[in-house]
Design a protein around this ligand. Sequence first.
Ligand code: F6P
Length: 319
Amino acid sequence: MKRIAVLTSGGDSPGMNAAIRAVVRKGIHEGLEVYGVYQGYAGLMEGKMKKLELGSVGDIIHRGGTILYSARSEEFKKDESQYKAIKQLKELRIEGLVVIGGDGSYRGAAKLSEKGFPCVGLPGTIDNDIPGTDYTIGYDTALNTVINCIDKIRDTATSHDRTFIIEVMGRHAGDIALFSGLAVGAESIIIPEKKYEIQDIVAKLKKGIERGKKHSIIVLAEGVCSAGELAAELLNNYQLETRISVLGHIQRGGTPTCFDRVLASRLGARAIELLLEGKSGRAIGMQKQEIVDHDIIEILKKRDPIQEGVYTLSKELSI
Ligand code: F6P
């Protein structure tokens, strides 16, 4: 193998740049030529690729976003689009592809691998919802962003004796809500993996008010409902006034933490090793501090359960 390419796809996440840097530098270190694909699979179909040099990835390890840009492509789900992408890669004599992204991006990588083009996937998403890895690139940074925001909201919540509902990202996975909620001492954490009873939340809020609590924080994962809907229910049915804050895309930006940079660097380097070993259709991750890889199609069939012990603990500590 002489020439490979790298792309970022789906929702960006802090640390993607560190991963691109690792792929490019490790690739060059191993004697490869590395091409960057711009705008994910959408760009790949159009042949938007450029050779990256050592200097192309200088001064990016600490930057959020992705220098290769990203996109979500419906078009790429079609077989003909995947063949078009392979044609573009072959025209440049590219023999392997590193895909950095979430589950949608992995689906694309699996399809290309099935069609005979060697691909490996790196988990780049703030949601931490990729099986086969304990952490995804960007998750740690997003958690830190969320807790910084909630700590600030807590100041004003306390000053005004208010309850805040904080809506965080996570359509299917409650990791951001659960772990940030535990870290800020939230009264209630509402996640898609667990059924919740509105009466329990009301009872907890009332108990807090009775014992003179100055504020309450409810962390809500977006996949359950919107903060506005929950606030309306609390007001209309239980006469409980709240304020809401939807953190939104702020969670996807910013300087990656040390953890995310190191994770991205280790996973990125491993991607090159796997391609050089002739492996394809592999999803790279870190489990119990070790860098591992799994069959990407198997990974896509799974869903890691929420950490029950952490969920229970969050309830025990928020009495
Ligand atoms: O990338 C994951 C994610 O940030 C989810 O947490 C969120 O629901 C979604 O992307 C938002 O996507 P978009 O930026 O396309 O609206």
